[in-house]
Design a binder for this molecule. Structure first.
Ligand code: PEP
Ligand code: MN
Length: 346
């Protein structure tokens, strides 16, 4: 494995002293770095189990004393943050429902002013990257230094994706690009919503150079009071962690440095060609824009665009290109092209 990866695991919620101590003992023997357990659970609908509240802090403190395992919990209000820190909770995280709400994040950030311990920020439930960045900025402005990101997928109306929260990997990668100094870990449990998909999602995160994982693990998953379908036993966690292949990240590619550089030089040259061609295509599109203006033609000529798309799509197989990829590229080209003709018309 390359750089040490952080593994945070533990139950969705702390439910009883027995459950917390059992989880902690087993997780510490697996070499997990931090145990998670929700004390206050933000549930989407009323009437679900909302965590046992403050009393769980005592169980967590006891688990930490017993095993030496650092403890993490979710904070959704300033009071949660204050109570958690007072109880000796080592790692805090802001959940997806909370990171969606700037007022709540601001309140928590102020309660954590100057806090030195780690604070992880989950992506907002909806796919708004600026909100996610905003939550980080609010913490930064309050002097919180150890901030990390947790990718837990995005909720949406589409339930056909097979995920509880669709990963939208591209969005997570864009966040990594925008905030390169922050570590990002992946929470496959809340992405999948089931046990079966965990390995695939965790492996995907490992391949995308994530810094670790947060996984829900319960001594008796089928009896869990929240998220029962997605929690796994410590034994299953052990197996899962053994199966994930962590590859070497950037800076550790010395084994094949030269070969990689040669291939990348070719990629750079091809990118140059692709974008030079694209620029030429746009010039022609502008010429067409002038022609349309002179002849009072609409910018959008639906049949023509349909033809363009169909012609290119018939080539995807022989070119070995994915249909979705080609469709997205065509869409981006079309938008830019319309934009340019629009400028010419007005
Ligand atoms: C959780 O971690 O148990 C949780 C509530 O997650 P999320 O905020 O990602 O929904
Ligand atoms: Mn959960």
């Amino acid at each position: 494995m390359s750089k040490k990866k952080i593994i945070i695991a533990g139950p969705c919620a702390a439910e009883s002293r027995e459950q917390v101590l059992s989880a902690a003992t087993q997780l510490s023997s697996l070499g997990v770095d931090v145990m998670r357990a929700g004390v206050w659970k933000p549930r989407t609908k009323p009437g679900s189990f909302e965590g046992v509240g403050d009393v769980a802090l005592e169980w967590l403190a006891e688990a930490k004393r017993l095993t030496g395992l650092p403890i993490a919990t979710e904070v959704a209000t300033a009071a949660h943050a204050e109570k958690a820190l007072r109880a000796g909770v080592d790692v805090l995280w802001i959940g997806a429902r909370t990171s969606s709400n700037p007022f709540s994040v601001q309140e928590i950030a102020e309660a954590l002013r100057g806090h030195r311990g780690p604070v992880w920020v989950k992506n907002p439930a909806g796919s708004d990257i600026e909100l996610w960045i905003g939550a980080v900025e609010r913490l930064v402005r309050c002097g919180v230094e150890q901030i990390g990101l947790i990718h837990r997928g995005f909720s949406g109306y589409d339930t056909t994706s097979g995920y509880r929260n669709t990963p939208l990997w591209q969005m997570a990668l864009e966040m990594k690009r925008r905030m390169p100094s922050l570590a990002m870990i992946c929470d496959p449990s809340h992405i999948c919503g089931n046990r079966e998909g965990l390995l695939e999602v965790a492996q995907r995160a490992a391949d995308l150079d994530f810094s670790g994982l947060m996984i829900e693990c319960h001594p008796w998953p089928e009896r869990a009071l929240s998220d029962a379908e997605q929690q796994i036993t410590p034994q299953a966690l052990k197996q899962l962690l053994a199966e994930i292949v962590w590859r070497n990240g950037e800076g550790e590619a010395s084994l094949c440095k030269e070969e990689l550089e040669t291939l990348r030089a070719t990629i750079d040259r091809l990118d140059e060609e692709i974008f030079t061609l694209l620029a030429k295509r746009m010039e022609i599109s502008e010429e067409i824009g002038h022609l349309k203006l002179r002849n009072n033609l609409t910018i959008l000529q639906s049949n023509r665009w349909q033809e363009v798309v169909e012609r290119v799509l018939t080539r995807t197989d022989s070119l070995g290109l994915g249909r979705h990829c080609v469709e997205q590229i065509l869409e981006a080209i079309h938008i830019e092209s319309i934009e340019r003709q629009n400028k010419i018309m007005h």
